[in-house]
Design a protein around this ligand. Sequence first.
Ligand SMILES: Nc1ncnc2c1ncn2[C@@H]1O[C@H](COP(=O)(O)OP(=O)(O)OP(=O)(O)O)[C@@H](O)[C@H]1O
Length: 245
Amino acid sequence: MNIQPVVEVRNLTKRIRNRNIVDQIHFDLFPGEVFGFLGPNGAGKTTTIRMMVGLISMSDGDVAINGHSIRGSFQEAIRHVGAIIENPELYRHLTGMQNLKQFARMANGIPQSRIDQIVQLVGLSARIHDKVKTYSLGMRQRLGIAQALLHAPAVLILDEPTNGLDPAGIREMRQLVRKLAAEEGIAVMVSSHLLAEMEQMCDRFGVVIDGRLRTTFALADLQNQSETQTLEEKYIQLTEVVSYA
Ligand SMILES: Nc1ncnc2c1ncn2[C@@H]1O[C@H](COP(=O)(O)OP(=O)(O)OP(=O)(O)O)[C@@H](O)[C@H]1O
């Protein structure tokens, strides 16, 4: 079976003042997989993600979404992308439903039935008519994801979605992400430093160090030759440069 990638990142580079803070990053994302984007602070993850969604320009390379170039056919490409890069933009004095309706009006042509379907999917049905200011951070994140899903994107990109969430919120986020990939066939890309969490959430990983993609590997690759490594052990091995022993 030959599955087409949803996202093709090709030699993506960001140069600022003669320094490549993202340096020829190259990977694919496939439908229905959760891809964990890992790396130390300042490695270049957010910069990569911001280029992938057109928030900042690329110095070199390109990103194709469903075959459409972010550089060449931005509107066509971005149609297939849902993303939460910083905190989701929400009106706190409106209800969750009012927020979604407002967003749907701006996006044009999203029927109420789609909104209802998404509310159910993100598990907010019981509280959707309450004001957002009464929501927990986890609920606000899920409402943000609902917004990002309204236009039925093929890929969902989440930069540190579990930041600041309590253990229950983290668990709900993980279950939601897994469901979106498994049941909706969405390709999900998640960046995070919570390795134990990422090990449970993701199918495949990419590790960025100093702007370069050091390696990609599958969750299954952690169990190898009768030896099992945790994601944390593998990550430390890959990123360790100085021994303090
Ligand atoms: N506009 C800018 N001008 C100069 N340097 C920048 C700019 N934006 C980012 N950088 C630098 O580029 C590097 C990569 O930053 P980036 O935010 O992409 O890292 P990150 O992997 O997302 O880190 P973290 O895990 O801390 O969020 C850092 O050294 C950062 O200081």
